[in-house]
Ligand binder design. Sequence first.
Ligand code: SAM
Ligand code: SF4
Length: 461
Amino acid sequence: MQAGVKKLFVKSYGCQMNAYDAARMADVLAPEGYAETGVIEDADLIVLNTCHIREKAADKVFSELGKVRMLKEAREAAGLTTTIAVAGCVAQAEGAEILRKQRAVDLVVGPQSYHRLPEMLRQAALGPVIDTDFPVEDKFDHLAQPSEEKIRQRGVTAFLTVQEGCDKFCAFCVVPYTRGAETSRPAGKILAEAERLARAGVREITLLGQNVNGYHGEGEGGKDWSLADLLTRLSKVDGLARQRYMTSHPNDMSEDLIRAHAELPSLMPFLHLPVQSGSDRILDAMNRRHTAADYVRLVERIRRARPDIALSSDFIVGFPGETEADFVATLELAREITFGSTFFFKYSSRPGTPGADLEDQVAEEIKSERLGRLQEVVETQRRSFNSALVGRTIDVLFEKKGRYPGQIAGKSPYLQPVQVDGPETLIGQIAPVEIVECSSNSLFGRLAESFSQAQPTREAN
Ligand code: SAM
Ligand code: SF4
């Protein structure tokens, strides 16, 4: 180990935004002499970057902290110091409670304050520290940029946060409380970050936000830019071949954004557009502010603009008061839309949200039974979406080595993982692949003949 280099281990839970934050925490700690390690036992600083969306996620963090405490004690016995930090939304929501429940923790930092980590670490040497403020300064202005080498190590796809927080206050959700009010980053800063990523070999970016399609940041000439304006500008960045964005709220799918799906070749035909429920009564109780029919009409408009678009959704089963008839309406909506992929959750009551105070909570076994029925419907849809691609040739962006020697792995335009036999020199490139087989999660193919013939042989590489 290099003298003076300290080791950092970050474990991230939950959404893509947490994965992005984990990378940015590593960037802010790099100038402090911290290098990332994948081996927790070697780490001088362990950060658990937590998620508070579902009850089990917070429970997992406390059980993980128990293990980390033992590790800290074992390292202490060997004369090594370990600092334990809890970051992310559980840190924001639980604050001092974390220090009370687990005394081995040295610092607790909320998602809006992690640019202050270096200073907090200095204070933590003297005693436990908490920072769960919503600071007035913009954290993005205070974060160190990763080196080009670091970006290259992270691969050819990257996340880029453009919007944070949420003002929608869905009755089940903690995000407005843990991530704060909706804010959009200025387009110029996003553009600079995207150009930096592209210079270091990134070919695909996913713009992130809790409510990303509500983006309204300062654009060129001080104008208010929509997400469509931002995507249009980013589509001109040299080297960036693909763009995606998530997560979107149905009510913010504006006409210009739908048009962007028809007009921007770099905007991939995939859209994560959570509907949560197919029952108007439950959608109303959830404070989603649209009906099932509104969602169906919206999907029709999106599909008119981009007929091959793959749709994905989140569903919650067992929201308080959900009857069998409400749930059947959800099944019907799922059948009507046909999703390419779906995430489904059993409702879990989050303290402090309006849903937690509602009477008529649904029994766990009913939630499990409904989840199973919904799963059956959407799994069938996912399998048929995948098998419809067998025999077709699609473009794949290769990201990494495959599961087996001689294989490389990438993603289809519709975000499915694709495995092919091919040379590692194709990593970072987009190539046509003929799909020959599929499972429920992945596609398997071979490089299209026309492309293979145009390539030098593997030996010649
Ligand atoms: N902003 C996105 C939207 O409006 O759909 C969702 C963000 S949330 C981080 C991701 C998903 O977690 C939600 O779409 C919802 O399905 C699920 N979720 C949030 N709170 C939940 C809760 N209390 N119980 C179960 N699932 C929940
Ligand atoms: Fe949570 Fe999404 Fe609703 Fe905002 S729009 S409150 S992030 S579920």
